[in-house]
Design a protein around this ligand. Structure first.
Ligand SMILES: NCc1[nH]cc(CCC(=O)O)c1CC(=O)O
Length: 335
Protein backbone atom coordinates (compact mmCIF):
# COMPACT_ATOMS: atom_id res chain seq x y z
CA UNK A 1 0.00 0.00 0.00
CA UNK A 2 1.36 3.43 -0.88
CA UNK A 3 0.81 6.00 1.85
CA UNK A 4 -0.75 9.34 1.07
CA UNK A 5 1.73 12.15 0.65
CA UNK A 6 2.13 14.66 3.47
CA UNK A 7 1.33 18.17 2.22
CA UNK A 8 3.93 20.80 3.12
CA UNK A 9 2.72 24.40 2.85
CA UNK A 10 5.39 26.84 1.68
CA UNK A 11 5.86 30.35 0.39
CA UNK A 12 6.89 30.56 -3.25
CA UNK A 13 10.05 32.63 -2.92
CA UNK A 14 13.33 31.03 -3.92
CA UNK A 15 14.48 31.01 -0.30
CA UNK A 16 11.23 29.48 0.98
CA UNK A 17 11.25 26.82 -1.75
CA UNK A 18 14.87 25.93 -0.96
CA UNK A 19 14.32 25.56 2.75
CA UNK A 20 11.01 23.74 2.30
CA UNK A 21 12.71 21.32 -0.11
CA UNK A 22 15.38 20.62 2.50
CA UNK A 23 12.79 20.06 5.24
CA UNK A 24 10.74 17.83 2.89
CA UNK A 25 13.79 15.57 2.51
CA UNK A 26 14.24 15.34 6.26
CA UNK A 27 10.53 14.63 6.78
CA UNK A 28 10.63 11.83 4.18
CA UNK A 29 13.55 10.37 6.09
CA UNK A 30 11.88 10.38 9.54
CA UNK A 31 8.34 9.45 8.45
CA UNK A 32 9.06 7.21 5.48
CA UNK A 33 6.25 9.01 3.65
CA UNK A 34 6.25 11.01 0.44
CA UNK A 35 6.03 14.79 0.89
CA UNK A 36 4.37 17.14 -1.57
CA UNK A 37 5.09 20.91 -1.65
CA UNK A 38 1.99 23.15 -1.80
CA UNK A 39 2.83 26.76 -2.78
CA UNK A 40 0.93 29.51 -1.03
CA UNK A 41 1.13 33.20 -1.91
CA UNK A 42 1.39 35.53 1.08
CA UNK A 43 0.75 39.24 1.35
CA UNK A 44 4.43 39.79 2.09
CA UNK A 45 5.33 38.31 -1.30
CA UNK A 46 3.06 40.57 -3.33
CA UNK A 47 3.23 43.89 -1.47
CA UNK A 48 5.62 46.52 -2.77
CA UNK A 49 5.43 48.60 0.38
CA UNK A 50 8.30 48.66 2.80
CA UNK A 51 7.98 45.91 5.36
CA UNK A 52 8.29 48.40 8.18
CA UNK A 53 5.23 50.18 6.73
CA UNK A 54 2.93 47.24 6.07
CA UNK A 55 4.31 46.50 9.45
CA UNK A 56 3.08 44.30 11.78
CA UNK A 57 4.58 40.98 12.29
CA UNK A 58 3.78 37.91 10.39
CA UNK A 59 2.94 39.21 6.93
CA UNK A 60 4.68 36.14 5.53
CA UNK A 61 3.08 33.75 7.93
CA UNK A 62 -0.66 34.38 8.06
CA UNK A 63 -1.52 32.80 4.72
CA UNK A 64 0.43 29.64 5.58
CA UNK A 65 -1.31 29.40 8.94
CA UNK A 66 -4.71 29.88 7.33
CA UNK A 67 -4.00 27.02 4.93
CA UNK A 68 -3.03 24.83 7.89
CA UNK A 69 -6.17 25.73 9.83
CA UNK A 70 -8.35 25.04 6.77
CA UNK A 71 -6.74 21.62 6.45
CA UNK A 72 -5.29 22.36 3.00
CA UNK A 73 -1.80 21.40 4.13
CA UNK A 74 -0.53 19.08 6.90
CA UNK A 75 2.41 21.22 8.03
CA UNK A 76 4.17 24.46 7.16
CA UNK A 77 7.80 25.56 7.15
CA UNK A 78 8.66 29.10 8.30
CA UNK A 79 11.83 31.09 8.82
CA UNK A 80 11.68 31.39 12.58
CA UNK A 81 12.66 35.03 12.53
CA UNK A 82 9.54 35.86 10.51
CA UNK A 83 7.21 34.10 12.96
CA UNK A 84 5.18 36.32 15.32
CA UNK A 85 5.92 35.68 18.99
CA UNK A 86 2.32 34.79 19.80
CA UNK A 87 1.50 31.16 19.10
CA UNK A 88 -2.11 30.40 18.02
CA UNK A 89 -3.66 27.78 20.29
CA UNK A 90 -4.73 25.53 17.42
CA UNK A 91 -1.17 25.29 16.07
CA UNK A 92 2.09 23.95 17.47
CA UNK A 93 5.77 24.17 16.56
CA UNK A 94 6.36 20.45 16.11
CA UNK A 95 10.07 20.92 15.44
CA UNK A 96 12.82 23.52 15.47
CA UNK A 97 15.69 21.83 13.62
CA UNK A 98 19.38 22.57 14.27
CA UNK A 99 20.08 26.23 13.56
CA UNK A 100 22.58 27.09 10.90
CA UNK A 101 24.88 30.11 10.80
CA UNK A 102 22.94 32.91 12.55
CA UNK A 103 25.22 35.73 11.35
CA UNK A 104 24.47 38.63 9.09
CA UNK A 105 26.80 39.10 6.16
CA UNK A 106 27.51 41.76 3.61
CA UNK A 107 27.78 41.42 -0.12
CA UNK A 108 29.88 44.39 -1.25
CA UNK A 109 31.39 45.61 -4.50
CA UNK A 110 35.04 44.80 -5.18
CA UNK A 111 35.08 42.08 -2.48
CA UNK A 112 35.18 44.77 0.22
CA UNK A 113 34.95 43.96 3.92
CA UNK A 114 32.62 46.06 6.08
CA UNK A 115 35.45 47.91 7.82
CA UNK A 116 37.17 48.65 4.48
CA UNK A 117 34.20 50.44 2.94
CA UNK A 118 35.21 53.92 1.79
CA UNK A 119 33.93 57.13 3.35
CA UNK A 120 30.30 57.81 2.40
CA UNK A 121 29.64 54.19 1.42
CA UNK A 122 25.96 53.36 0.96
CA UNK A 123 24.80 50.12 2.59
CA UNK A 124 21.35 48.75 1.80
CA UNK A 125 19.16 47.17 4.46
CA UNK A 126 15.49 47.50 5.34
CA UNK A 127 15.96 46.22 8.88
CA UNK A 128 16.05 48.85 11.66
CA UNK A 129 18.02 46.29 13.72
CA UNK A 130 20.79 46.15 11.11
CA UNK A 131 20.80 49.92 10.60
CA UNK A 132 21.07 50.56 14.35
CA UNK A 133 23.99 48.22 14.90
CA UNK A 134 25.93 49.11 11.74
CA UNK A 135 25.57 52.81 12.52
CA UNK A 136 26.58 52.27 16.16
CA UNK A 137 29.69 50.36 15.07
CA UNK A 138 30.54 53.01 12.50
CA UNK A 139 30.26 55.79 15.10
CA UNK A 140 32.43 53.92 17.58
CA UNK A 141 35.13 53.12 14.98
CA UNK A 142 35.21 56.29 12.92
CA UNK A 143 33.64 54.78 9.80
CA UNK A 144 31.49 57.02 7.63
CA UNK A 145 28.61 55.00 6.16
CA UNK A 146 25.06 55.67 5.11
CA UNK A 147 22.39 53.01 5.61
CA UNK A 148 19.84 53.02 2.81
CA UNK A 149 16.40 51.39 3.28
CA UNK A 150 15.68 48.70 0.69
CA UNK A 151 13.56 45.60 0.50
CA UNK A 152 12.98 42.77 -1.92
CA UNK A 153 14.20 39.25 -2.32
CA UNK A 154 17.84 38.21 -2.30
CA UNK A 155 18.25 38.64 -6.08
CA UNK A 156 16.85 42.16 -5.95
CA UNK A 157 19.04 43.18 -3.04
CA UNK A 158 22.29 41.83 -4.45
CA UNK A 159 21.27 43.37 -7.77
CA UNK A 160 21.64 46.87 -6.25
CA UNK A 161 25.34 46.16 -5.69
CA UNK A 162 25.92 44.74 -9.17
CA UNK A 163 24.10 47.72 -10.69
CA UNK A 164 26.40 50.10 -8.79
CA UNK A 165 23.51 51.71 -6.90
CA UNK A 166 24.81 50.61 -3.52
CA UNK A 167 28.26 49.74 -2.22
CA UNK A 168 26.97 46.84 -0.13
CA UNK A 169 23.86 45.08 1.11
CA UNK A 170 23.28 43.17 4.34
CA UNK A 171 21.72 39.70 4.29
CA UNK A 172 21.43 36.64 6.53
CA UNK A 173 24.10 33.96 5.99
CA UNK A 174 21.51 31.22 6.46
CA UNK A 175 19.38 32.41 3.58
CA UNK A 176 22.33 32.63 1.18
CA UNK A 177 23.50 29.20 2.30
CA UNK A 178 20.12 27.65 1.62
CA UNK A 179 19.88 29.06 -1.90
CA UNK A 180 23.49 28.16 -2.73
CA UNK A 181 24.84 31.74 -2.96
CA UNK A 182 27.08 31.87 0.10
CA UNK A 183 30.11 32.34 -2.23
CA UNK A 184 28.96 35.89 -2.96
CA UNK A 185 29.48 36.98 0.66
CA UNK A 186 32.38 39.41 0.99
CA UNK A 187 32.31 39.67 4.81
CA UNK A 188 30.74 37.69 7.66
CA UNK A 189 29.76 40.14 10.39
CA UNK A 190 30.75 38.95 13.85
CA UNK A 191 27.79 38.64 16.23
CA UNK A 192 29.86 40.89 18.52
CA UNK A 193 29.28 43.62 15.90
CA UNK A 194 25.76 42.82 14.74
CA UNK A 195 23.48 40.58 16.80
CA UNK A 196 21.09 38.71 14.50
CA UNK A 197 17.30 38.87 14.64
CA UNK A 198 15.73 36.61 17.25
CA UNK A 199 15.42 33.17 15.62
CA UNK A 200 17.63 34.04 12.63
CA UNK A 201 19.09 30.98 10.92
CA UNK A 202 16.48 28.65 12.43
CA UNK A 203 13.41 27.11 10.83
CA UNK A 204 10.09 26.22 12.40
CA UNK A 205 7.92 23.28 11.37
CA UNK A 206 4.36 24.06 12.34
CA UNK A 207 1.34 21.70 12.54
CA UNK A 208 -2.21 21.64 13.81
CA UNK A 209 -2.08 21.04 17.55
CA UNK A 210 -3.16 17.41 17.45
CA UNK A 211 -6.89 17.21 18.08
CA UNK A 212 -7.16 14.23 15.75
CA UNK A 213 -5.12 11.02 15.93
CA UNK A 214 -3.69 11.86 12.51
CA UNK A 215 -2.47 15.30 13.65
CA UNK A 216 -1.09 13.95 16.94
CA UNK A 217 0.86 11.24 15.13
CA UNK A 218 2.30 13.80 12.73
CA UNK A 219 3.36 16.14 15.57
CA UNK A 220 5.14 13.21 17.24
CA UNK A 221 6.87 12.09 14.03
CA UNK A 222 8.06 15.59 13.12
CA UNK A 223 9.36 15.96 16.68
CA UNK A 224 12.28 13.79 15.58
CA UNK A 225 13.63 16.78 13.70
CA UNK A 226 13.68 18.98 16.80
CA UNK A 227 17.01 20.16 18.22
CA UNK A 228 16.57 20.88 21.96
CA UNK A 229 19.43 23.40 22.18
CA UNK A 230 18.16 25.41 19.20
CA UNK A 231 14.63 25.18 20.58
CA UNK A 232 15.74 26.54 23.99
CA UNK A 233 17.82 29.28 22.36
CA UNK A 234 15.10 30.58 20.04
CA UNK A 235 12.47 30.30 22.77
CA UNK A 236 14.57 32.61 24.97
CA UNK A 237 15.24 35.03 22.08
CA UNK A 238 11.59 35.23 21.11
CA UNK A 239 10.44 35.58 24.70
CA UNK A 240 12.78 38.56 25.02
CA UNK A 241 11.31 40.08 21.86
CA UNK A 242 7.76 39.53 23.16
CA UNK A 243 8.58 41.01 26.57
CA UNK A 244 9.98 44.13 24.86
CA UNK A 245 6.65 44.28 23.03
CA UNK A 246 8.61 44.57 19.81
CA UNK A 247 7.82 43.05 16.45
CA UNK A 248 10.01 41.40 13.83
CA UNK A 249 10.74 44.78 12.25
CA UNK A 250 11.85 46.42 15.52
CA UNK A 251 15.50 47.33 16.14
CA UNK A 252 16.07 44.31 18.39
CA UNK A 253 18.93 41.84 18.03
CA UNK A 254 19.20 38.73 20.21
CA UNK A 255 21.22 35.55 20.20
CA UNK A 256 21.41 32.64 22.61
CA UNK A 257 24.42 30.44 22.01
CA UNK A 258 27.30 28.69 23.74
CA UNK A 259 29.27 31.01 26.00
CA UNK A 260 32.96 31.43 25.18
CA UNK A 261 35.25 29.10 27.12
CA UNK A 262 36.69 30.68 30.22
CA UNK A 263 40.39 31.40 29.86
CA UNK A 264 42.20 28.51 31.58
CA UNK A 265 40.10 25.81 29.92
CA UNK A 266 40.66 24.57 26.42
CA UNK A 267 38.41 22.65 24.11
CA UNK A 268 38.77 18.93 24.68
CA UNK A 269 39.44 19.45 28.39
CA UNK A 270 36.74 17.35 30.11
CA UNK A 271 35.81 20.30 32.30
CA UNK A 272 35.53 22.52 29.24
CA UNK A 273 33.26 19.99 27.56
CA UNK A 274 31.05 20.07 30.64
CA UNK A 275 30.91 23.82 30.35
CA UNK A 276 30.10 23.97 26.67
CA UNK A 277 27.24 21.49 26.86
CA UNK A 278 25.67 22.92 30.00
CA UNK A 279 25.68 26.65 29.55
CA UNK A 280 23.93 29.17 27.37
CA UNK A 281 24.60 32.86 26.92
CA UNK A 282 21.79 35.18 25.88
CA UNK A 283 22.80 38.54 24.40
CA UNK A 284 20.44 41.25 23.23
CA UNK A 285 20.54 44.78 21.88
CA UNK A 286 18.00 47.54 21.25
CA UNK A 287 18.96 50.80 19.61
CA UNK A 288 17.90 53.79 17.60
CA UNK A 289 18.40 53.30 13.87
CA UNK A 290 21.04 56.05 13.75
CA UNK A 291 23.09 54.10 16.28
CA UNK A 292 23.37 56.97 18.75
CA UNK A 293 21.67 55.25 21.66
CA UNK A 294 21.93 51.53 22.44
CA UNK A 295 21.03 49.23 25.32
CA UNK A 296 23.00 45.97 25.15
CA UNK A 297 22.96 43.27 27.84
CA UNK A 298 23.94 39.65 28.25
CA UNK A 299 23.38 36.85 30.72
CA UNK A 300 24.92 33.38 31.05
CA UNK A 301 23.50 30.39 32.88
CA UNK A 302 22.56 26.74 32.61
CA UNK A 303 20.82 25.72 29.38
CA UNK A 304 17.09 26.04 30.17
CA UNK A 305 15.59 22.55 30.19
CA UNK A 306 11.93 23.49 29.81
CA UNK A 307 9.90 25.87 27.68
CA UNK A 308 8.96 27.85 30.80
CA UNK A 309 12.57 28.29 31.88
CA UNK A 310 13.68 29.41 28.42
CA UNK A 311 10.79 31.85 28.38
CA UNK A 312 11.74 33.19 31.82
CA UNK A 313 15.36 33.69 30.70
CA UNK A 314 14.29 35.92 27.82
CA UNK A 315 11.74 37.80 29.87
CA UNK A 316 14.25 38.53 32.65
CA UNK A 317 16.81 40.01 30.26
CA UNK A 318 14.07 42.09 28.61
CA UNK A 319 13.01 43.42 32.01
CA UNK A 320 16.58 44.59 32.67
CA UNK A 321 16.74 46.21 29.24
CA UNK A 322 13.45 48.02 29.83
CA UNK A 323 14.81 49.25 33.17
CA UNK A 324 17.70 50.77 31.20
CA UNK A 325 15.37 52.62 28.85
CA UNK A 326 15.02 50.14 25.96
CA UNK A 327 11.37 51.05 25.30
CA UNK A 328 12.29 54.62 24.45
CA UNK A 329 14.69 53.46 21.71
CA UNK A 330 12.26 51.38 19.73
CA UNK A 331 10.35 54.17 18.03
CA UNK A 332 7.02 52.91 16.89
CA UNK A 333 5.88 50.13 19.15
CA UNK A 334 4.69 46.79 17.86
CA UNK A 335 1.34 46.80 16.17
N1 LIG B 1 13.59 38.94 6.31
C1 LIG B 1 13.39 37.88 5.37
C2 LIG B 1 14.18 36.67 5.75
N2 LIG B 1 13.65 35.74 6.57
C3 LIG B 1 14.61 34.78 6.80
C4 LIG B 1 15.75 35.13 6.08
C5 LIG B 1 17.03 34.42 6.06
C6 LIG B 1 17.08 33.06 6.62
C7 LIG B 1 16.97 32.96 8.11
O1 LIG B 1 17.30 33.87 8.87
O2 LIG B 1 16.56 31.88 8.56
C8 LIG B 1 15.47 36.31 5.39
C9 LIG B 1 16.37 37.03 4.46
C10 LIG B 1 17.43 37.88 5.10
O3 LIG B 1 17.24 38.45 6.18
O4 LIG B 1 18.50 38.04 4.49
Amino acid sequence: MTEKALRLGTRRSKLAMAQSGQVAQAVRRVTGRPVELIEITTYGDTSREHLAQIGGTGVFVTALRDALLRGEVDFAVHSLKDLPTTQPEELVLAAVPVREDPRDVIVARDALKFTDLPRGARIGTGAPRRMAQLNAYARAHGLDIETVPIRGNVDTRIGYVHAGELDAVVLAAAGLNRIGRIDEVTDFLSVDTVLPAPGQGALAIECRAGNTAHDAALVAALGELDDPFTRAAVTAERSLLAALEAGCSAPVGALADLPPLSAPLERGDPQADGQIVNEMRLRAVVGTTDGTRMVQLSTTGPVPQTHDRATALGRELATEMLAQGAAGLMGERAR
